[in-house]
Design a protein around this ligand. Structure first.
Ligand SMILES: [Zn+2]
Length: 329
């Protein structure tokens, strides 16, 4: 607009359709801006800025690809339209519509994670089933899995965290590891009646009711299939789940003064573990703004939840690739 008017264009709507190459086009889908949970909003629009910023969720029209179209080579066709811009009593305004196609994006299958949660009375609080589900659901977008099966661990009620100390946490993890896995000793003595559990292929996640100062998540081994995490913090749970999925720390000295121990040196990672692009959280339907616009890799200790409710950690592209390779098809 070169400074004319408000230098913005309100009421810009968009729609998209998809094609798995060689197949019929999908129906049209509207933009998802402002929806919660994320879904197309009929007639959804944005105000186009003169200088759109990737970090601002609604500076762009955002679309969701329906799961049925997340396979094979997929192309998108987008239409963007404005009707009656700058209309006045004696002027109907400007109307314009433009369209564009995308190059193909190739989808590959990944394994769907199976997660079982255990409610742990911790810091004097017991998490509800809803809290446990929400905690894990908000971790799923940080992991390269199309979705996750999330259920309570069968036959397990609320577990007592006792004094809620780190040693109690590790005792609990050891108890559940023993319940989950068949040790070589148990396998060797099964004919004598040792209890050798069947591998259910799931990751068991112990979820604390509250996380008083000094509490810390953990996974006793890397990789593992049992971990312990804080409630209501998706990136925190994704960090612990990533330990289970064979990821070690990344030792970035964080602005909060913490450095994750026993990890890779930041110099060994692209950007020193600082993400170059803006992540998008499909659970919250928002960009991840981070601390002062900075977002670090999920395996650092930089993940303090900041005031606007977003977080400052997210998987970096290299982390995503490593998790992708480990999870497998
Ligand atoms: Zn860790």
């Amino acid at each position: 607009m070169n400074g004319w008017g408000t230098n913005t264009v309100p009421g810009v709507v968009g729609r998209v359709r998809f094609q798995i190459l060689g197949n019929p086009w999908s129906p049209w889908y509207d933009a998802v801006n402002t929806s919660q949970p994320i879904a197309p909003v009929p007639g959804g629009s944005i105000t186009v800025q003169a200088n759109p910023q990737r970090i601002n969720t609604d500076d762009t029209l955002n679309f969701l690809i329906p799961p049925a179209f997340c396979m094979g080579d997929v192309i998108a066709h987008v239409e963007v339209r404005v009707t009656g811009f700058d209309a006045r009593p004696d002027f109907p305004g400007f109307s314009e519509s433009v369209g564009a196609g995308s190059p193909p994006v190739t989808f590959e299958p990944r394994r769907t994670l199976d997660l079982r949660y255990v409610r742990v009375n911790w810091g004097g609080t017991t998490p509800s089933d809803a809290t446990c589900r929400a905690t894990l659901l908000t971790a799923v977008p940080l992991l390269p899995t199309p979705m996750a099966f999330i259920q309570p661990l069968a036959g397990t009620g609320v577990v007592s965290g006792g004094a809620s100390t780190s040693s109690r946490r590790d005792d609990l993890l050891d108890d559940f590891l023993d319940r989950h896995d068949c040790s070589s000793w148990e396998a060797a003595t099964e004919f004598l009646g040792s209890d050798c559990p069947e591998d259910d292929g799931a990751i068991w996640v112990l979820i604390a009711g509250a996380f008083p100062a000094g509490s810390q998540g953990n996974s006793r081994h890397i990789p593992s299939d049992v971990c312990f995490t804080a409630p209501n913090d998706g990136p925190y749970a994704a960090h612990e789940l990533s330990h289970c999925l064979n990821q070690i720390h990344l030792g970035v000295p964080c602005p909060n003064g913490k450095t994750a121990p026993h990890g890779d040196a930041p110099g060994a990672w692209p950007g020193g573990g600082l993400l170059a692009d803006v992540p998008f959280d499909v659970t919250a339907n928002t960009t991840v703004r981070g601390l002062g616009g900075k977002v670090w890799d999920v395996m650092t200790y930089c993940g303090t939840v900041i005031s606007d409710g977003s977080d400052n950690t997210w998987p970096s592209p290299q982390r995503w690739q490593q998790l992708w390779d480990y999870i497998g098809a």
